[in-house]
Design a protein around this ligand. Sequence first.
Ligand code: DGL
Length: 266
Amino acid sequence: MENSIGVFDSGLGGLTVLKELARVLPSERFIYLGDTARVPYGGKSAETIIRYSMEIANYLIRTHDIKLLVVACNTASSLALPTMRRIYKIPVVGMVDPCVRRAAALRRKSNIGVIGTLGTIRSAAYEKALLAAVSSVKVRSVSCPLLASLVEEGWTDNDITRAVIAEYLSPFRSDPPDALILGCTHYPVLKKAIREFIGEETILIDSGEEAAAVVDILLSETMTRSKKKSRKVEFLVTDDPERFGRIGKRFFGREIRGVRLATLQE
Ligand code: DGL
């Protein structure tokens, strides 16, 4: 699908990002690839994540001639983006910079929280970018590895999930941040439970919303964009298309049909 935007994630979670992209860019065509055979990325090494990300990017460029790539996975964005930006000619948009751009534009921003997978937090990608963009900011980062599995289980609003959120976010209890970056694809689905814990004062920054805004700007500034409403979304996975369609609608907010298997190796 020439002239389309490639979007990839370790699995289902990136559908929260695709949902925002499709909402903001109703005329664009999207090809989404979920690496369901190798999910989760959250606990894997940087070397492995860079290799996986490049295999997927190469595949999407080779088979679909994409004009832009969105790395919808926060872990892959944190670990592989600098390498990918060096290698590919097409623009590569990750999740870190758009969230930091939003944080930097806030009026109150002296105290920012970041939550994500182990790999995202260990990389300190958000922290470094925040410190570079916002002067004298205090950044507190917490990894919440169990949350993604709870969301995939459909446990988004029950006592167990609320207790896990309370435990992970306990460092913020006595001093809630001005903004909390939801640095993982799965966390937008938990916004209600996170909001209940953190209170009304903290701004929740959603990677999908921020990335969609950045892609929108990029398309208007640098590329021709389709005028007529002709949105088309194609779904590819590396394993189990049936599960992707069934669980994916929880993330995407509507039915997912026609999921196909992709073989990354030539
Ligand atoms: N997509 C991942 C992220 O945003 C979460 C799931 C995983 O660990 O693969 O970091």
